[in-house]
Ligand binder design. Structure first.
Ligand SMILES: C[S@@+](CC[C@H](N)C(=O)[O-])C[C@H]1O[C@@H](n2cnc3c(N)ncnc32)[C@H](O)[C@@H]1O
Length: 363
């Protein structure tokens, strides 16, 4: 079993966030502000709002909608949002109104700008009734005016249409990136049961991000929690284990793609033979018993896991757990006296609604 390795990556020798390049000249005067909206997994809106609050120049923020005069590239670096969209509202009672001469001209300019900035060559519509004659006509008009291919399945630029929140018009949202932001570029290896990266980011942020943490990610699977933490900034040491050889290989592939050097070993998380109090933060998404593991094996795994992690965690250490086995987890928590738990969030993702908990050792 490898010891947790100190973080010697030179990329971490300066505070998280890295070097900020100064905008040249009067940045604000050179770029018109546009309106944007971020998409969050239901349950993670607050985490996304907190990350948005740190975006310089974002203003007139209403929930996850805001005005922003800076480069859209800055928004593509948000880690908690599923996607970022340019948004514009038209004062029309129904989508047919977008085919009016003036509205169509404005819509074409709007979509054209996003397509040019994002380098999109094709588009698709995401709207209720996108097969309707009006939507098809809109798609034809945009395709002709902009020279973009309308590809209903694989179109690179996703255009969503929806009634505006005040019921007075229609919103058009144009996703600024070809893929969702949650589909990380480092994910070269995909695994069934792989964690959505925005959830991994949220877990780390809410469990606390400390430079001196020695971090353990048991049951690391494809390495999502390891990589999202490594990309956040400094830590003292980090190690991941998984019992399955293919998961370990998958995590290593993704870590390499992310350019991060983190030790991952094929070891049973319950039998690491590491000394007591080796870690300050243990963070994991336990098997949920559907895609990975079984409900029956979880009956044994969950209590054994809590006990062993108590041994491995330092006196003031934290254990952050995501699980969909809510009844089992809460029952097991009620039967033990090692940990105090608080719920961090419940998130809706891929048909599941797991909860994240933060546990502290009882004194
Ligand atoms: C829900 S998946 C983790 C997914 C991972 N976070 C990701 O993003 O890919 C759970 C993982 O726990 C591993 N596992 C189950 N029991 C284990 C044990 N006793 N020790 C180590 N790993 C275990 C499985 O092999 C599986 O990869």
């Amino acid at each position: 079993m490898p010891r947790p390795r100190s973080n010697s990556n030179p990329a971490f020798s300066r505070p998280s966030g890295g070097k900020k390049s100064k905008p040249k000249g009067d940045y604000r005067a050179r770029q018109p502000a546009h309106e944007y909206e971020l998409e969050a997994l239901p349950g993670l809106e607050q985490v996304v709002a907190t990350e948005l609050a740190a975006v310089p120049l974002a203003r007139d923020v209403r929930g996850l909608r805001f005005w922003y005069p800076g480069s859209p590239e800055r928004l593509t670096r948000l880690r908690s949002a599923v996607a970022a969209y340019r948004i514009k509202t038209w004062d029309v009672p129904r989508p047919r109104g977008l085919l009016g001469h003036q509205q169509l001209g404005e819509l074409t300019a709007f979509v054209g700008e996003v397509a040019e900035q994002g380098g999109h060559r094709s588009f698709r519509l995401g709207a209720a009734g996108k097969e309707s004659a009006v939507m098809q006509r809109l798609a034809e008009e945009l395709s002709t005016a902009l020279g973009l291919t309308h590809d209903p399945e694989e179109g690179e630029l996703l255009l969503r249409l929806r009634p505006s929140a005040d019921g007075q018009g229609w919103d058009v949202l144009a996703r600024i990136t070809r893929r969702p932001l949650s589909a990380r570029v480092w994910r070269e290896c995909n695994m069934g049961g792989g964690l959505n990266a925005t959830i991994a980011y949220a877990m780390h942020k809410l469990a606390g991000q400390r430079d001196e943490d020695r971090i353990f990610n048991p049951m690391c699977g494809s390495g999502t929690l390891l990589i999202e933490r490594a990309l956040l900034g400094p830590y003292d040491a980090m190690v991941g284990v998984d019992i399955a050889a293919d998961a370990v290989a998958c995590a290593r592939t993704n870590l390499k793609a992310a350019g991060r050097d983190v030790e991952v070993a094929q070891v049973d998380a319950l039998h690491t033979e590491l000394p007591p109090r080796s870690f300050d933060l243990v963070i994991t998404d336990l098997p949920w018993g559907d895609a990975i593991g079984s409900h029956q094996s979880n009956e044994v795994l969950y209590p054994a896991f809590l006990k062993e992690m108590n041994r491995l965690t330092s006196r003031r250490g934290r254990l952050c757990v995501l699980t969909h086995e809510l009844r089992l987890f809460e029952r097991v928590m009620g039967q033990q006296s090692d940990w105090d738990a608080k719920e961090l969030f419940q998130v809706y993702s891929g048909g599941h609604h797991p909860k994240a908990y933060l546990l502290h050792k009882r004194a």
